[in-house]
Design a protein around this ligand. Sequence first.
Ligand code: BES
Ligand code: MN
Ligand code: MN
Length: 456
Amino acid sequence: MSSVARFVKDQRPRHLDQLKELLAIPSISTDPDRANDVKRAADWVSNRLKAAGCTKVKTHPTKRHPIVYGEWPGAPGAPTILVYGHYDVQPVDPVELWNSPPFEPTVKDGRIYARGASDDKGQFIVHVNALEAHLKIHGTCPVNVKFLIEGEEEIGSPNLDSFLAKNKKMLACDAVVVSDTAMFAKGVPSICYGLRGLAYLQVDVMGTKRDLHSGTFGGAVVNPANALIEMIAKLKDARGKVKIPGFYDDVKRLTPRERKAFAGLPHRDMKFKRAIGAPALFGESGYTTLERLWTRPTLDVNGIWSGFTGEGAKTVIPAVAHAKISMRLVPNQRPKAITARAARYLRAIAPPSVKVTVRNLHGGEAWLAPTDHPALQAAGRAVKRAFGKTPVLVREGGSIPIVATFSKVLGVPCVLMGIGLNDDNLHAPNEKIDLDNFYRGNEAAAFLMEELGASH
Ligand code: BES
Ligand code: MN
Ligand code: MN
């Protein structure tokens, strides 16, 4: 075993303690009351980067939450990697469904439970640990390393695009490395070469100027809640196709080669169904589950509210109704064009007696990378050394919009080496990360630096 691998193994208790420290900070980016905690998490990351050996560390303020940048540029002539991650987390509600408090990291059954354990604190940190290991053991690292750890990923990275555009030179690199996705399954390590994009809307339907007694007025006016439901019912057909005109126009078709590759992955619909507790699976006809998740766009209501939802009955015609709707996009759909099409369609199908507004909350492009790039191959070897198995190639249904931007703005390959699992409960109660994955992830990250350094 290499001395770096030995060191990383020996450091497991410390790595766990440090992860616990970070997980204890409630850095919920969307919650204005937590802004100070988000700042504390940024400071923690900054200090950790310094302790790990970064020679230049700087916290860049934005309009909302800071971006932490750090670098170790001590290997002139060797390749440079840029590690991207996010230290912000999702809200914790419904908090009563957590088995242990979300910000009191709790180890149980070989996992650590806390908000952010897998998304993304327990993932990006492995690259910090890896740099530290190389520097501690050899006094140097096989690659130059830059870190860009943001605090606004979960709110759509509103300030990151401009930061990238302004700091192209500082961020120049040969490859971007991201650990913010899942492995295909426990014991089935994977490298991800595709992500879906996103267009996220809020629809508001306004009827009368105030709530009305549903007896005095019911039957004589349009109910915005009914109107909204009718509109939503027209967004998708019974075969799972989205009915927005032009929605599929730019969709890049699945290749027969990918189809075959996906069919060879160890996926079972029955098992998948059981794992998520679904009575039955449903999706666009003509596609398998993995194809639906990874290569096809879709539309979902994320939330819908209107009128009286409290205990008991209140007879009322609500004045307004709202829905939050997400569309997962694939190459080469453009989020802006899709949003415009969706808004136009929603307005067209609205009953004339209501007023509809459609707002774009956030979005981002899908990403698809060639699988034969040397950086991706290097990641494959690193994962194999750490996990003992050659990783399978996967795409993912989730979105990390900045990845497409990295490819475009920096013009470099992006390596997605996720060490999460699909049952990590991201964005849900009882988020966790598998400790074996976390520990091996540290090794994989250290090996990745070796493999990329050796390849130049
Ligand atoms: N890490 C996730 C994305 C992810 C999860 C990708 C699992 C693949 C597998 C990220 O933090 C996230 O939650 N992204 C959001 C989009 C963002 C714009 C809020 C998403 O996918 O909903
Ligand atoms: Mn994430
Ligand atoms: Mn997330």
